[in-house]
Structure formats: C-alpha cells, structure tokens
Design a protein around this ligand. Structure first.
Ligand code: HEC
Length: 162
C-alpha cells in the first residue's frame, strides 16, 4: 500500500524540466512567443539551441541581459512612428520585421525601399529582464533549455542562476 501511494505521489509531481517547459511556453510570461525550441514556439528572437551548450549561469546572464545586439529601432516611410524590431527573412523584394512593441510581436513584411531608417535600440527591454524574473522560475526554464537542446536532465539550482 505504501508503495502504491508513493509511486502515485511521484507521478503527480512535475519534474523541474516539466515545470520549465510549462513556464517557457506560458502564453503571458513565457519565452515561446519569441523563441522556438524543439519545434514549438515562434522564432522571432535568436535560436536558443546553441545556448544549451553553455552553463546555467551563462544562459541566465544572457536571459537577464539588458544589452541588445540584434534589435533595432525601425522607421518606415509608410505609416508614422518607429518601433523596435527583429529582422527576419529578407531578399531584394521584401523584409520581414517583427514589431516588438506588440505582444506577441507582430510580423510585418515590407519592401526594403519602405525602410526610412534603422538605429540602435533604446526602447525595448528583453521581457525577463524588464520583469525581473525570479531565480526559481529561471532555474526551471534553464533546466528545460538544457534538456531540450542537449537531453540532460541535470537539476539546476536557483542559487546558480542569480
Ligand atoms: C517579446 C519577445 C521575447 C520574449 C518574451 C523573450 N525573449 Fe529572449 N530574446 C528576444 C530577442 C528579440 C532577443 C535578442 C535581443 C538582442 O540581442 O537584440 C532575445 C535574446 C535572448 C537570449 C540571448 C540569445 C543570444 O543568442 O544572444 C536568451 C538566452 C533569451 N533571449 C532567453 C529568453 C528566455 C529564457 C525567455 C523567457 C523567460 C525569453 N528569452 C523571452 C525576444 C524575447
């Protein structure tokens, strides 16, 4: 009897990688609206597959970073105003821009000649940095990123992602 109860209890408790997966793909606070992993999510931001090889601390630092490398503030000739954007596919005829002022980011396809200017980003903040993501949550998410990219199920200690 004890063993039956024990095993049922074990099965009901989600593992760290399961918690991390749920957090990663959470529609409101998650990462999957902008990052794809294991064929799920939306590839607006950089592919995180290469991140999996890094240690938990490095993944956490990159997630919390307030420095942006790829996001640019784009101004179009058509339609007023400027917006922070990630550039997607582009060729001579069109450029895909993901408007990060919208949540989830809005995909826009424009003609290269419609881009009036692009400049360095001083308006957009990476959501986990802006929301000051907690250590417990980030440890779960990092454990999931490592599991999804390398297959390891090693636990990540919240103390290691501070
Ligand atoms: C609203 C979209 C959005 C959300 C939500 C988001 N990210 Fe990002 N993320 C980006 C963009 C865009 C960049 C690239 C920023 C730059 O360098 O210009 C990025 C960069 C990163 C990087 C650095 C990647 C590299 O190669 O340099 C990591 C790691 C990362 N995000 C993890 C996460 C995690 C984990 C979450 C969820 C807790 C998350 N992101 C949520 C859009 C998002």
């Amino acid at each position: 009897m004890f063993w039956i109860v024990f095993f049922l209890a074990q099965a009901a408790v989600p593992s760290q990688t399961e918690r991390g997966e749920a957090l990663f793909f959470d529609a409101q606070q998650g990462c999957g609206t902008c990052h794809a992993l294991k064929g799920k999510g939306t590839a607006v931001g950089p592919d995180l597959t290469g991140m999996g090889r890094l240690g938990p601390q490095a993944i956490a630092m990159a997630t919390r970073s307030t420095i942006t490398q790829y996001v640019q503030v784009v101004k179009l000739k058509s339609g007023g105003g400027s917006f922070p954007a990630m550039t997607g596919k582009k060729d001579e005829k069109s450029v895909v821009l993901f408007d990060l002022s919208k949540n989830p980011p809005e995909k826009k396809e424009v003609a290269p000649s419609d881009i009036a200017s692009t400049g360095s980003n001083d308006v957009w903040k990476h959501p986990p940095a802006a929301n000051k993501i907690g250590n417990e949550q980030l440890a779960d998410i990092v454990a999931y990123i490592k599991y999804a990219t390398t297959g390891t199920k090693r636990a990540v200690d919240p103390a290691d992602v501070r």
